[in-house]
Design a protein around this ligand. Structure first.
Ligand code: NAD
Length: 352
């Protein structure tokens, strides 16, 4: 069965390649996009997805969107963007569908739930499904095989079955807004190659990681480092402040020393040290503590399954869970500085 599925995929991908070569590419404002990927469906318009969808629109794609939150879809309909009521309606008008949802259960629901993208496992229009949500590799692999077991409604060329790529992102909301995200991609390599122009409309770097689920695995590893290093920066700054060194001086030192990391130089957790980051706006927007806890749990569960010890992850998971239980799950995860470590903002510190 596995051999049959992989042969089917290989044959579909090489046919897609031929099909793509027979089409012209069309220039757009910010990148070159294949004209056959003009119609893009986007599902999940939260902190990240809304900005990614905006960049696809700017790049010249014909975008249709869906989200269960009507406040966010209104922002799109107000701009004249097509808003669909259900995932299946998105699939009906799209060549490629991108999902940017909170967790595995949301992704499964949107793909295979009632009125889901896969229309109950029947024929679908989109040739390509890209899931950019951070979910576990196991769910990704299962979904990828469900996608490739569907058929295509329109056999206008030699493309046999739809294909799914897992393409989670890194960079946070600022990179999502600026179109400078990093995509880590799993799935058939040739499908990745043809999808590159779509990634370029939303990001600066794309890295191919391997077969289905490899992008999800890479993303979980990335976020493990991000969660633990954020805690390390917070702990060090609280200790330094208590010893009489200001947070801005500590940050300057870290950023030109061996402690330099994204949590210190790009996403500093101390209010007043850096503009344009969640800590400078009461930890609103950004990457929710609940999502950080979810990702550390994904890493913890993956490691457990493989019999690996990851003690720093377990400790970090406990801290972020505690933060969520205490009412900060919707706040950006850098609020751990204030609400777990009782860290002080730079302004308060200056006035002391
Ligand atoms: P978010 O919670 O801000 O947005 C998720 C959106 O999905 C919301 O608008 C919600 O209404 C919508 N949604 C939920 N269930 C739905 C359903 N069944 N149908 C349609 N829409 C549904 O989350 P986010 O911060 O944008 O993150 C999205 C994904 O990207 C997560 O997996 C997260 O881990 C990952 N991620 C986030 C960041 C970040 O900095 N925020 C960075 C990298 C990766």
């Amino acid at each position: 069965m596995a051999i049959y599925t992989s042969r089917l995929l290989a044959s579909s991908v090489s046919k897609l390649k031929l099909w793509l070569q027979s089409y012209s590419f069309r220039s757009s404002s910010s990148s070159i996009i294949p004209s056959q990927f003009q119609n893009v469906g986007f599902i999940g318009l939260g902190n990240m997805g809304s900005k990614m969808a905006n960049n696809l629109i700017k790049a010249g794609h014909n975008v249709a969107v869906h989200d269960i939150n009507l406040d966010v879809t209104k922002m799109f309909s107000d701009k004249g963007i097509s808003v669909k009521r259900l995932p299946i309606e998105v699939a009906e008008t799209s060549d490629v569908v991108i999902t940017m949802l909170p967790s595995p259960s949301h992704v499964l629901n949107v793909y295979t739930g009632p009125n889901g993208l896969l229309n109950g496992g029947n024929s679908v229009r989109p040739r390509l499904f890209i899931d950019s949500s951070t979910i576990d590799p196991q769910t990704t692999r299962k979904l990828s095989s469900t996608v490739s077991s569907c058929s295509l409604t329109e056999k206008k060329d030699s493309w046999d079955t739809p294909i799914m790529l897992d393409a989670p992102v890194s960079g946070g909301v600022v990179a999502a807004e600026n179109g400078t995200l990093t995509f880590m991609v799993g799935g058939p390599e040739e499908a990745y190659n043809v999808a590159k122009p779509i990634f370029s409309s939303m990001g600066k770097n794309t890295i191919y990681c391997g077969g289905a689920g490899a992008g999800s695995a890479a993303k979980i590893c990335n976020n493990l480092v991000m969660g633990v290093s954020m805690l390390a920066v917070c702990e060090a700054i609280v200790l330094g402040q208590s010893s009489g060194v200001s947070a801005s001086n500590l940050t300057k030192i870290f950023n030109c020393s061996s402690a330099r990391c994204w949590s210190s130089d790009t996403y500093n957790p101390v209010p007043g040290v850096m503009d344009g980051v969640p800590s400078s706006r009461n930890y609103d927007g950004g990457f929710a503590s609940a999502l950080m806890a979810k990702d550390l749990n994904l890493a913890f569960e993956s490691a457990k399954e493989m019999g690996l010890k990851i003690p720093l992850t377990s400790e970090a998971l406990e801290i972020f869970r505690k933060l969520c239980d205490e009412g900060y799950k919707a706040k950006d995860f850098s609020c751990v500085f204030r609400h777990f470590y009782d860290g002080k903002g730079e302004l308060q510190e200056d006035h002391e």
